[in-house]
Design a protein. Structure first.
Length: 451
């Protein structure tokens, strides 16, 4: 099993992720993406958009606002029911989610099926202790709304209240009519949306796995009601294939987990999670849900606007069902980083840290390495040509061995070494990250070869 703390430390020291506002002591579970992290994030996002929007004849994309009319969240039930069951330790004053507290100490208990009263009774009647002080002395459960509230305008009153969106999906549903009208899409079709969401989680943790500010990539796929389960199965396979074939995640570390009937949201006909086996346990990566017609009906009820689809052939009015593949970009990143991290012992006894990131998402594609600073001019001319097409790094400091190790440790797939023979034969040596093999090719052939 990989050491999660060691991986996190490596990601911080190499520039993938930094603690947010660190010079002021940071902010609990808030993270900034460094020079490598932001490139990886953009690459994964671009790849998702390519596969879910550009390569799909059925899907289009939008970019919806973070701040929306607060009635949106009244319609969806978020204002009244988007809550965490909180419990306080009376002895040390620490606050916890009751369901998480029970799950951590009694892993065989299915807390997802328990009401707040049942959770409270379980805590009282069993030896559930405070993880901080070890006492069994808790308050009753209180509901805590997870939406961040703010105000617009110049006054702080109830009429100026708005919320930072807790999910990107509703930006799609309220635009269903606009998108269908302007694109003339016929069922089935999907609308994709990428953006920041915010949840005031009381127990964030496991590095960037659960944070209060995160980025979602969601597709809301609208279908005829009788076709919903067919498309549900389609998107389950499509999402798994994306992880296996596009991100090159190890198959043994992935699994489907279908939600039991008692576990389903009341509006859901079927829900499945794709989970990854992290060092801290199995964690949800991708949720695929059959949301039926719940969202469109709710928005019709509250807005008094028709969101029906009119079949051009039969002239029948339909409220489409929705299949939703929803994934957190930060979790995709963490999974890719954990899955790719490896420590190899070389023949000389040295340990090589290498990130086997898929070449499509690696932050740096090519490192240009002059064997001597006397070769920097030639190496820079090669760098200037390649950087127009690939994200490259120029490195002339330290021994060539140390430079190779630096690139291995951040997942750079190719190193291009410029040596003194390059001045005569216009050839370079390309070194491959995964097996450290090398190949000599012409400078003019580098781009074609990399492609």
């Amino acid at each position: 099993m990989k050491n999660f703390n060691k991986i996190v430390n490596h990601l911080i020291t190499t520039g993938f992720v930094y603690p947010s506002s660190e010079i002021y002591g940071g902010l609990s579970n808030s993270w900034d993406y460094g020079p490598l992290g932001v490139e990886l994030k953009q690459n994964i996002k671009k790849l998702w958009w390519q596969k879910f929007v550009h390569e799909s004849t059925l899907n289009v994309g939008i970019d919806s606002a973070i701040l929306m009319n607060p009635k949106v969240w009244e319609a969806t039930g978020h204002v009244t029911s988007f809550n965490d069951p909180l419990i306080d330790c009376k002895s040390c004053k620490m606050r916890f989610r009751a369901d998480e507290l029970i799950k951590n100490q009694f892993p065989n208990v299915n807390v997802d099926k328990m009401t707040n009263d049942e959770l409270s009774d379980f805590v009282k009647n069993n030896d559930v202790v405070c993880p901080n002080c070890g006492k069994h002395n808790f308050t009753d459960i209180r509901q805590f709304n997870m939406m961040f509230k703010t105000h617009i305008g110049v006054t702080d009153d109830s009429k100026s209240v708005v919320y930072l969106r807790p999910e990107t999906a509703q930006g799609v549903f309220v635009n269903f009519k606009n998108v269908q009208r302007t694109t003339r899409k016929k069922l089935p079709f999907g609308i994709c949306n990428v953006g920041k969401s915010f949840r005031n989680e009381i127990t964030p943790g496991n590095f960037i796995f659960r944070t209060r500010e995160f980025e979602q990539m969601e597709c809301e796929f609208f279908v005829k009601p009788e076709d919903d389960l067919k498309w549900y199965d389609y998107w389950k396979k499509y999402c798994m294939d994306f992880l296996l074939n596009e991100l090159s995640i190890l198959k043994d570390n992935l699994r489907f987990r279908d939600h039991e009937k008692e576990e389903l949201a009341f509006y859901s006909k079927a829900t499945c999670d794709i989970e990854y086996n992290f060092p801290f346990g199995w964690g949800e990566i991708w949720g695929i849900a059959d949301r039926t017609d719940y969202d469109l009906k709710k928005h019709m009820e509250y807005s008094k606007e028709s969101l029906e689809y009119v079949d051009a052939v039969t002239n029948q009015k339909i409220i489409p069902y929705v299949i939703e593949p929803s994934v957190g970009l930060d979790r995709l990143m963490l999974m890719s980083l954990v899955d790719s991290y490896d420590e190899e012992t070389l023949e000389n006894g040295e340990t090589r840290i290498v990130m086997h990131l898929d070449k499509k998402i690696a932050p740096i594609k090519i490192a240009i390495l002059p064997l001597s600073k006397q070769l920097s001019e030639k190496a820079l001319s090669i760098y200037k040509q390649l950087v127009k097409k690939y994200n490259c790094q120029f490195d002339e400091s330290g021994s060539i061995g140390k430079r190779y190790r630096r690139q291995d440790s951040i997942g750079t797939p190719f190193c291009v070494t410029v040596d003194f023979d390059t001045l005569n034969d216009d050839c370079v040596t390309i070194r491959f990250r995964d097996d450290m093999s090398q190949k000599r090719i012409k400078v003019e052939e580098i781009s074609k070869y990399i492609d």
